[in-house]
Design a protein around this ligand. Structure first.
Ligand code: GUN
Length: 299
């Protein structure tokens, strides 16, 4: 575990760049060998500004590693049936290796129904029940990008997890729950003891203060205060909030789930927002897209 003096920033941009460079090389080799370039599609419904930003970034970074990328845009008036037709089309389009449906979807569309319709062979977000099942069982398959990215960051910084107490804040299907499973997995990169805290947890501070590694994915800006963190803990901040700020040209500033200025002094390692977990999510999505193209998880 981190026995260092003074906090160290975990540089997600640097680690993501290394992951993406290895993907770029592999894609270049595929093309040299007359294979097609992997193709990622994002389905974007409505015009949520954060979703627009994420999808634009996914497209740009797919191009950076030599992949093809398309965005299927729909107004938020699209019906569930129409969206299901699109999923069916993408499932059967041989020109598409993998696709994601950007969440959240409008309230009149049942997210579970949409995710269930995605062919697990193209599920590069790792959200379908088949992908989640494989992850829980420790079988090969697409891993949800943010938790996989966090595991990659911990590995890159040689943060020992075996036998350590990892506390995960938040039980979302996208981050908290899969994170708790990956950390407790029986393998050399994990083997941690895990506690999953959520909105109904009693005495949360007592629990978080025991954490050697604290994963903050509770979805509330600056929720994690210094009093909740043990001296020398590793703190991973998954939050990404836009706080109104009139002094900024764009009108907001970004904040995580961690009150960084307070917690920084206590942590041995900490991820900043932005530039921590965020860049890893897209890098892992691209990694999944390459795996889909190579049909790595198809027997
Ligand atoms: N919304 C927020 N994060 C994600 C993600 O990783 N994938 C998708 N599809 N939607 C999201």
């Amino acid at each position: 575990m981190a026995q260092k003096k003074g906090p160290e920033l975990i540089d997600g941009r640097k680690v993501a760049a290394i992951v993406k460079e290895s993907i770029r090389k592999e894609v270049a080799d595929l093309i040299d060998n007359h294979d097609k370039s992997p193709h990622l599609v994002a389905v974007l419904v409505g015009n949520d500004p954060a979703s627009e930003t994420y999808v634009a970034s996914k497209e740009k970074q797919a191009h950076q590693v030599g992949m093809m990328s398309s965005v299927y845009r729909f107004p938020d008036t699209i019906t569930e049936a129409e969206l299901l037709e699109t999923i069916d089309f993408l499932n059967n389009d041989d020109e598409v290796d993998g696709f994601i449906v950007q969440l959240p979807l409008p309230a009149h569309i049942n997210e579970d129904k949409i995710i269930n319709a995605i062919d697990p062979k193209k599920d590069v977000d790792g959200f379908t029940p088949v992908s989640v099942g494989n992850m829980v069982l420790g079988k090969p398959g697409f891993l949800s990008a943010t938790p996989a990215g966090i595991m990659e960051l911990l590995k890159a910084y040689h943060i020992e997890l075996e036998g350590k107490h990892c506390v995960v804040l938040g039980r979302s299907n996208i981050v908290g729950r899969p994170m708790s499973i990956l950390l407790s997995q029986k393998n050399e990169q994990a083997n941690a003891t895990v506690t999953l805290c959520h909105s109904r947890t009693e005495n949360m501070e007592e629990i978080t203060r025991q954490a050697d590694v604290l994963i903050c994915a509770i979805g509330k800006p600056r929720f994690v205060k210094a009093s909740m963190v043990k001296e020398g803990a590793v703190v991973i901040d998954v939050g990404m909030h836009r706080l109104p700020d009139a002094t900024k040209e764009r009108g907001y500033r970004l904040a995580g789930d961690v009150d960084f200025d307070q917690v920084f002094k206590k942590a041995s390692y900490i991820t900043p927002v932005p530039g921590g977990v965020g860049p890893m999510t897209i890098a892992m999505l691209l990694k999944n897209t390459l795996s889909a193209h190579k049909k790595e998880f198809q027997q």
